[in-house]
Design a binder for this molecule. Structure first.
Ligand SMILES: NC(=O)c1ccc[n+]([C@@H]2O[C@H](COP(=O)([O-])OP(=O)(O)OC[C@H]3O[C@@H](n4cnc5c(N)ncnc54)[C@H](OP(=O)(O)O)[C@@H]3O)[C@@H](O)[C@H]2O)c1
Length: 271
């Protein structure tokens, strides 16, 4: 938990498109100084320009978070310009859905590198300074795909399950240290981001959230210190409890209610 948020310094990865710019806006409106990062420098500059009306201090640090030297530069440049990092938001991520057997080893490795290894190592590098100051908050982006295995997204779901378990464990491990860890897990998100690019409406049983709701959840975990928030229009807890009690029933339901067909039509190209 970071109180007050106004005047805190945050590093946000994945700031160039999708959900990142909306997180940046809500953080900037809350008075947070921001370093926004991604690989596309031009898109980052445009996001920074769009935030000028908030009056927040926004710097742009282009970096590929899967590259070790880029991660070091990202942290040192942010600290040099803004000062100590209070908040790290590990938002950069990608999906590469489709038939598992069609994915090359390089594609699988790339997904794990970006969605799992990069946030773990960026956090590992940022943590000592936060612990030293007894002040910090790490926010990781999970996904409902990491809480319930969905077909044709097995590697993505696996990476997000790893992020959720790692976040839960680290949050407990760091209790009392002054550093909090939270994971925000959205379901399908409309209008912008990795699901919206497919141009489909989510299956009605799963529903879809507005991207602003995900950004609001990020601000909320910072303000409250909540270790975990699920962002979904329909309650996900009962479904997860039912899955734990009767996984066969959920498997049957996913098929009978057309959820599997919806996912296949979204992500699997006909041969
Ligand atoms: N949108 C959804 O429906 C949804 C649902 C659940 C969870 N999530 C999670 O929310 C987060 C944001 O998703 P999104 O929908 O906003 O995705 P997105 O629109 O695809 O944006 C991904 C962001 O990550 C950056 N990125 C990709 N590879 C990178 C790399 N190697 N190094 C640094 N930055 C990199 C991209 O910028 P560059 O290409 O410029 O590098 C971009 O800013 C992800 O972690 C995702 O898993 C999204």
């Amino acid at each position: 938990m970071i109180r007050p948020l106004r005047g805190a310094n945050a590093l946000l990865t994945g700031g160039s498109q999708g959900l990142g710019p909306l997180m940046a806006r809500q953080l900037a409106e809350a008075g947070v100084n921001l370093a926004i990062s991604a690989r596309s420098a031009d898109k980052l500059e445009a996001v920074a320009q769009s935030l000028r009306d908030t009056g927040a201090r926004v710097i742009v640090v282009p970096a590929d978070v899967t590259v070790g030297t880029d991660r070091v530069r990202l942290l040192t440049q942010t600290e040099r310009v803004l000062g100590p990092i209070d908040i790290l938001i590990n938002n950069a991520g990608m999906e590469n859905n489709g038939r598992y057997q069609d994915k090359s080893p390089a594609e699988i490795t790339q997904l794990v590198d970006l969605n799992v290894t990069a946030p773990m190592l960026l956090t590992r590098a940022a943590l000592p300074a936060m612990l030293e100051r007894r002040r910090g908050h790490i926010v990781n982006l999970g996904s409902l795909a990491g809480k319930l295995g969905l077909p044709w997204g097995s590697v993505y779901g696996g990476t997000k399950a790893a992020i959720i378990a790692w976040s839960q464990a680290l949050s407990i491990e760091l209790e009392g240290s002054g550093v909090s860890v939270s994971v925000v897990s959205p379901g399908y998100v409309s209008d912008t981001g990795m699901f919206a690019v497919h141009g489909r409406k989510a299956h009605p049983i799963l529903g879809e959230s507005k991207p602003e709701a995900v950004a609001r959840a990020v601000v909320r975990v910072l303000e409250t210190g909540a270790p975990e928030i699920v962002v979904n229009p329909t309650p996900f807890g009962p479904l997860q409890a039912l899955h734990a009690l009767a996984p066969g029933l959920i498997r049957w339901g996913m098929n009978a209610l057309g959820i599997n067909r919806f996912i296949r039509e979204t992500y699997v190209k006909p041969r």
